[in-house]
Design a binder for this molecule. Structure first.
Ligand code: NAD
Ligand code: MLT
Length: 529
């Protein structure tokens, strides 16, 4: 039975979906310790987390059965994604479920900061009437600078425009046109810092965005600037922020996320009267919690039922209709990869894929991944799959080269795999899918065939002289191996031919030994597909 560990709080709706009508066993352990996860993870097919659980490389090392880690939320910075990818484990998130809540939280922080709402509430609670002391600023006509104009940043922009703010943004992955359609003008980070009255960051945390707002940027800001971070701790450098607040370089800050969470009770950030802090509440609404729980549960169940992979951060998402069209080619490419890895006798250093014909109307990346899986799986310890094939290939020094051409030989589509080994062996296989869904290997080293890529194949290279077929057939008879199909390929320019036999049962080594003793036979390889 499929077993799922839920190691963080998840809504009851999400848990019910995960059970897949009672077919999957769900262990709900929202208080489980990291040590307990590590010691039990090998029992599970799926792990569902929110932000409390950190999935480290040592947990992943023990996760021998794990197929998917599902993060109910956006950030996957609490998962060692490279380690999961290497192990072939899909990591998926729910990018949409908490966009609105986080954008609303950001805007609430912005308004509360502009009008000192927390300070006013506190003063009332303490019995004071600070009407003269607390004076805010309007948002209207002010410039909001947004760093990261994605789902949340874009939504914050819409809200700001509705408040009559002017919005400028920095996002190297957003075109001028897309920004203009949102009513936003693109700018550099430094332009934002020198022009904006309010600045809010909405990027993921990575090497490019860590400290994107630091001392140099604070030095460019007007003293009236207020900054907001509801994305990830560290995008705004916390030490530089404290310095800017201490020296009066900025007017205030509102921060929901921190470099280290929970925030240290003695953190200097807690002491500034013009700083509003919330304990990572961006997505803390009933709607967002239920939304992300339902999304991750549905995604995991669909994946475990083998239907569809949504929102994987380390594997491509493919539309089911497209997948139906290309999956015979993925299977075929995988078999051709297996064939080639068993045929060559030394390390493959390059795999070339050439696509032609109608297959080019579809994405070919999954077919290339299939070819890599086939090439690597016959001689790799541990699972090779679509998630880790590219990583393993890179580690082994196998370069993948993908090209397209118009060479079709009367077929509607042709996929050609060529491997080159470190000692310069070069072997090519061409494949196509015929009569709807039937895979065929149609060529080997430019010699044409009709090979069914299944079961046990014997591939013989022989001199093209009379009598070879009879000699091979006689040997098969002697060893009581039935020939299911036999096909030949040769080209006019050479005196060599290739004979491929689909054998009904295992081919004994004695048969191969006798075969290669025959002076007409150059080589014989058994290929198991
Ligand atoms: P998103 O992927 O939709 O948007 C991120 C944007 O950042 C993208 O447009 C991307 O192009 C841009 N970006 C990437 N690198 C950049 C760089 N170097 N400089 C500038 N822009 C860059 O993500 P989202 O769903 O909008 O989430 C944004 C952030 O909010 C993430 O860090 C996420 O983890 C965080 N988040 C926080 C909470 C919370 O509870 N506080 C909730 C949800 C999301
Ligand atoms: C996220 O990345 O989705 C947010 O930080 C919310 C959460 O803590 O899950």
């Amino acid at each position: 039975m499929i077993k799922i560990l839920v190691s963080d709080k998840l809504s009851s709706d999400g848990l019910a979906i995960l059970s897949n009508g009672g077919q999957f066993e769900v262990d709900y352990k929202p208080e489980i310790t990291p040590e307990e996860i590590e010691s039990t993870i090998e029992q599970y097919d799926a792990l569902v987390i929110r932000s409390r659980t950190t999935v480290t490389s040592s947990i992943i090392a023990k996760a021998n059965r794990l197929r998917v880690i599902g993060r109910a939320g956006v950030g996957v910075d609490n998962v060692d994604v490279p380690a999961a990818t290497k192990k072939g484990i899909i990591v998926m998130n729910t990018p949409d479920g908490n966009t609105i809540s986080t954008a609303e939280h950001t805007f609430t922080m912005l308004c509360a900061l502009a009008r000192s709402i927390p300070q006013a509430v506190q003063s009332m609670r303490e019995g004071r009437w600070d009407k003269k002391k607390i004076v805010g600023v309007e948002l209207y006509n002010k410039v909001l600078g947004i760093v990261g104009l994605g789902r949340i940043g874009g939504n914050v922009a819409k809200k700001a425009l509705a408040f009559g703010m002017r919005v400028i943004a920095y996002d190297p992955f957003i075109s001028d046109d897309a920004a203009r359609r949102l009513g936003v003008t693109l700018a550099t980070v430094n332009e934002i810092c020198s022009k904006a009255d309010f600045i809010t960051v909405h990027t993921p945390l990575n090497d490019a965005t860590r400290n994107i707002i630091s001392t140099d940027q604070f030095n460019l800001m007007k003293p009236t600037v207020r900054v907001v971070n509801c994305a990830r701790g560290g995008i705004i450098n916390e030490d530089a922020l404290c310095k800017a607040l201490e020296t009066g370089k900025i007017a205030g800050a509102a921060i929901d996320v921190f470099t280290k969470e929970p925030l240290d009770p003695n953190s200097p950030l807690r002491k500034f009267p013009n700083v509003n802090l919330t304990p990572h509440l961006g997505a803390a609404t009933t709607e967002a919690q239920e939304g992300v729980a339902r999304d991750i549960a549905n995604q995991i169940v669909e994946m475990l039922r083998g239907e569809m992979i949504h929102n994987a951060v380390n594997a491509p998402t493919t539309d089911p209709a497209v997948l139906e069209k290309i999956s015979p080619y993925i299977d075929l490419a995988r078999k051709m990869g297996r064939f080639l890895s068993q045929y060559v006798t030394s390390r493959v250093c390059e795999l070339r894929l050439n696509y032609s014909g109608t297959i080019l109307e579809y994405p070919t990346k999954p077919i290339s991944s299939g070819a890599l899986v086939g090439l690597l799986e016959t001689n790799t310890e541990g699972a090779v799959n679509f998630v880790n094939a590219h990583v393993i290939a890179k580690e082994r020094g196998v370069e993948l080269v993908e090209k397209t051409s118009s060479k079709l030989y009367d077929l509607s589509s042709l996929v050609t795999l060529t491997v080159i080994t470190e000692d310069n062996q070069k072997v090519s296989l061409g494949g196509s899918v015929v009569f709807g869904k039937q895979p065929r290997i149609v060529s080997m080293n430019e010699k044409f065939f009709d090979i069914r890529p299944e079961g046990i194949l014997l591939v013989i290279e022989n001199h093209d002289v009379p009598g070879v077929v009879g000699q091979v057939g006689t040997l098969f008879g002697k060893y009581h191996v039935n020939i299911d199909q036999m096909t030949w390929g040769k080209d006019e320019s050479s005196d060599k031919a290739i004979t491929v036999i689909n054998a009904d049962s295992e081919v004994p080594s004695g048969l191969i030994d006798e075969l290669v003793e025959n002076s007409n036979i150059i080589s014989a390889h058994i290929i198991i597909l």
